[in-house]
Write a protein that binds this ligand. Structure first.
Ligand code: COA
Length: 406
């Protein structure tokens, strides 16, 4: 059967004429997954059957990561063992820290993180062991490793020594300690832990799909994760949280919001943190984070961020509706940004912090992909494209020597 490209050529359609509308794979189901599901109509997110609100309220990041990786909540013994393995993996090999120290201090933390993931591969003595067990161990190393790299880089770029981990602290608590160099406040630890639970997975989003696509070639887990970090860095994905905070800092006053929103939309610009490829209503994580931001703001005497974000949300949603777009609502990044800011997270560490959580989902998806755990067997991703370039018939174009080219 002739491909679409071949039929077009037979019909004499000139090169350069658009053939396929790129819909960014919206609505295209590429595989089964048992890990998480997004119901965009009703604003429901589940991890392994559990609603996100239930986990945010009752679980911890360690337990949620276990759930994502193992398809069930752990027993007390299993959680203890998993936590101990995470704690052990916090210690970075010295050559990793040494390499980080040699990176330009002005480098963006997402670039540093993406560059550092293969260093963890180089430190993996079982790199070519592709058993489920070896991949489980790798997932633990990566969950601890991403947090350790982000925290170490924050110290290094400010000419400070990375801090040794405090093994008595939880994953969230230790991350704050290694990042800030102060023993963290219990409320902040709980808030960060909840944020980590909320961001840990989100079905086949761009970065997770990037991870799965890379390991479908039988590349190792680190190669998949490095691709995921790259995908997350973009402002239409994880990079949106930093853009939201920048918007909040630039806007400052609530009375400027209405004019700014209209100007933004009239000039075809996006309002960051609004809209979603799947949600047609408010993202359930945004609802939760909005409340968290309000509470944290009250505690810290910084209620202006909640007021400003709420004003932007209400104005933008009304303005979108006037323009016939009734389904554009706040997404996770709209309300995570002020929460991160209140926690003292610098703007350019907001997207890396997303990665500190999402690594749990990435590694779970990589394992599911590698072992075909939701399918009969793994498959290499290889989509098709429509060729709309030059065509000179079956024999191909004649190669012209350089001196004859016009
Ligand atoms: C996430 C995003 C890429 C999804 O895009 P999408 O799948 O095209 O979303 P929709 O199909 O609902 O968009 C429909 C229309 O609304 C527009 N739109 C969507 N989100 C918008 C936003 N935040 N600001 C302005 N316009 C927006 C789209 O450009 C599109 O316009 P068009 O029909 O005139 O071409 C988009 O909402 C966006 O860019 N948001 C801002 C970035 C962001 O917050 N990313 C983090 C996502 S978790």
């Amino acid at each position: 059967m002739a491909t679409k490209s071949q039929s077009r050529r037979r019909e004499g359609i000139p090169a350069g004429t658009a053939a396929t509308k790129n819909i960014g794979l919206r609505g295209v189901t590429v595989a089964d997954t048992r890990i998480s599901d997004v119901d965009g109509e009703h604003g429901i997110l589940i991890y392994r059957g559990y609603r996100i609100e239930e986990l945010a309220e009752n679980s911890t990041f360690e337990e949620t990561a276990y759930l994502l990786l193992h398809d069930a909540l752990p027993s007390e013994e299993q959680l203890k063992d998993f936590t101990q393995r995470l704690v052990k993996a916090r210690q970075m090999p010295s050559f990793v820290l040494h390499t980080l120290k040699n990176m330009p201090h002005g480098a963006h933390p997402m670039d540093v993180l993406q560059a550092a993931i293969p260093l963890l591969a180089m430190a993996d003595l079982e790199l070519y062991d592709e058993s489920r067990e070896a991949n489980d161990a790798r997932a633990v190393r990566l969950i601890a490793g991403v947090a350790a790299i982000v925290a170490a880089w924050q110290r290094i770029r400010h000419d400070r020594e990375p801090l040794p981990p405090d093994n008595a602290l939880s994953h969230a608590g230790n991350f704050l300690w290694q990042l800030m160099g102060e023993k963290p406040d219990a409320d902040m630890v709980r808030a960060l832990d909840t944020v980590l639970v909320l961001h840990a997975d989100h079905s086949f989003n761009a970065s997770t799909f990037a991870c799965r696509e890379v390991v479908s070639t039988q590349a190792h887990m680190y190669a998949g994760v490095a691709a995921g970090v790259g995908a997350l860095s973009g402002s239409l994905h994880g990079g949106a949280n930093a853009k939201v905070m920048k918007m909040l800092q630039e806007l400052k006053n609530e009375q400027d919001v209405a004019g700014w929103v209209r100007k933004q939309l009239d000039s075809g610009q996006k309002i960051m943190g609004m809209g979603h490829a799947i949600y047609r209503t408010t993202d359930p994580r945004a609802k939760y984070l909005k409340q968290m931001g309000e509470q944290l703001g009250k505690k810290l005497g910084q209620e202006q961020w909640h007021r400003l974000s709420t004003e932007i949300e209400e104005t933008a949603v009304a303005e979108f509706a006037k323009r016939g777009k009734t389904t554009i609502k706040p997404n996770v990044d709209f309300y995570s940004a002020p929460v991160y800011h209140l926690m003292g997270i610098p703007l350019d560490l907001m997207t890396p912090l997303f990665a500190v959580s999402r690594i749990a989902g990435w590694t779970a998806h990589i394992i599911e992909e590698k072992f075909g755990e939701a399918q009969g067997k793994p498959a290499l991703y290889r989509p098709s494209s429509d060729y709309t370039g030059s065509y000179c018939g079956n024999t191909g174009c004649v190669y012209e020597p350089m001196e004859k080219r016009s």
